[in-house]
Design a protein around this ligand. Structure first.
Ligand code: APR
Length: 312
């Protein structure tokens, strides 16, 4: 009998709860919802609510809330949202020192209990957190990835669809670079069913969408007082599904570059293929001179943040 997949969700807050709901609904595997001892009741309560939800909706997986790392042992996929989210007026980088401590704690436990897992990091500032995760766990670069590009591309997809009066189902957008103000919407790869968007939209409108995409997270923080959780959770689940079902999906994600795109020892958003081998490859695509210059700028911003975290 093949055993069921096990998905450990580290952080049972807004994104963690939505991750559990999605993973359960898709029956991707049994779910462990982990949080610190102070929040164990929240983790257990959400888990029970979601198991009962299955009795209504007709899914049946085990969902367990816990504050014990032993329950996460042997997970196939670990998705990390542990940390604090932004408040209005904060940049993702403002979270560095507080979330770095949390990621180090989480990484030590992953190293001890989940050494075969595919680890997807969501905590911000994303590129620095995922770098730290890889460094501390010592896991292979194929098995530690950051979720940002799928979300940022989804935001851009929606803005393009609304502007063009097109269906979001037909729009494809590709956002590369760091998950911050310097992110790089690669407009030459944005299409509506294969038609380059540049043929369908004015430069001014496209520029405005690029700007809105880069500030897309902040726009929601300003409205809600905390950061987004539905789309971030769906984006990470798409990556987890690609791994668990060996889908070989080509997605933008924060991956460890070891020479790719001219970057060494750096996590940054690039197109990757995700299958049962984890990040099976980084895909080298042609960029316009402007896109490459912007990617270089973004890489420099990420490196600055990683250097800052090395001093903390
Ligand atoms: N181990 C596990 N969980 C932890 C730890 C830890 N060491 N420290 C904090 N947490 C938990 C918190 O107790 C909280 O329940 O992480 C959870 C985070 O949940 P929320 O505060 O609701 O934040 P959320 O919106 O889910 O965002 C989490 O993802 O997108 C990023 O910027 C966002 O860094 C933030 C993270």
């Amino acid at each position: 009998m093949p055993r069921r997949n096990k998905i450990a969700l580290i952080g049972a807050g807004n994104i963690g709860g939505e991750l559990a709901a999605l993973a359960a609904r898709e029956e991707l595997g049994d779910v462990v919802l982990f949080d610190i001892p102070d929040k164990e009741g929240v983790a257990k309560g959400k888990a029970l609510d979601l198991e009962q939800n299955g009795a209504v909706l007709g899914y049946d997986v085990s969902i367990r809330g816990t504050s014990s790392w032993d329950d996460c042992a042997g997970a196939d996929v670990v998705i990390v949202t542990a940390g604090v989210p932004r408040k209005p007026g904060m940049s993702r980088d403002d979270l560095l020192s507080i979330n770095l401590k949390i990621i180090r704690d989480v990484a030590n436990n992953i190293k001890a209990k989940c050494k075969d897992a595919f680890v997807i990091v969501i905590s911000n500032p994303l590129d620095a957190m995922v770098y730290e995760m890889k460094k501390m766990t010592g896991l292979a670069k194929s098995h530690v990835v950051g979720m940002a590009g799928v979300l940022d591309s989804a935001r851009m997809t929606l803005f393009l669809a609304r502007e063009l009066g097109a269906s979001a189902k037909d729009v494809r957008a590709m956002v590369l670079g760091g998950h911050g103000d310097s992110m790089v919407p690669a407009t030459s790869y944005c299409t509506v069913n294969g038609i380059p968007v540049k043929q369908l939209i004015s430069k001014e409108k496209l520029d405005a969408i690029v700007t809105r995409t880069a500030g897309g997270g902040g726009e929601i923080v300003k409205l809600m007082g905390t950061s987004a959780y539905y789309a971030p959770a769906s984006a990470a689940i798409a990556m987890a599904r690609a791994f668990l079902r060996d889908e070989k999906r080509l997605l933008p994600a924060a991956a460890y570059c070891d020479g790719e795109y001219g970057y060494k020892d750096l996590y940054i958003g690039v197109p990757v293929v995700i299958g049962r081998g984890g990040i099976e490859k980084i895909v080298n695509i042609e960029l316009t001179a402007e896109e490459k210059a912007n990617l270089d700028k973004s890489a420099a911003a990420v490196r600055e943040l990683v250097d800052a975290s090395k001093k903390l």
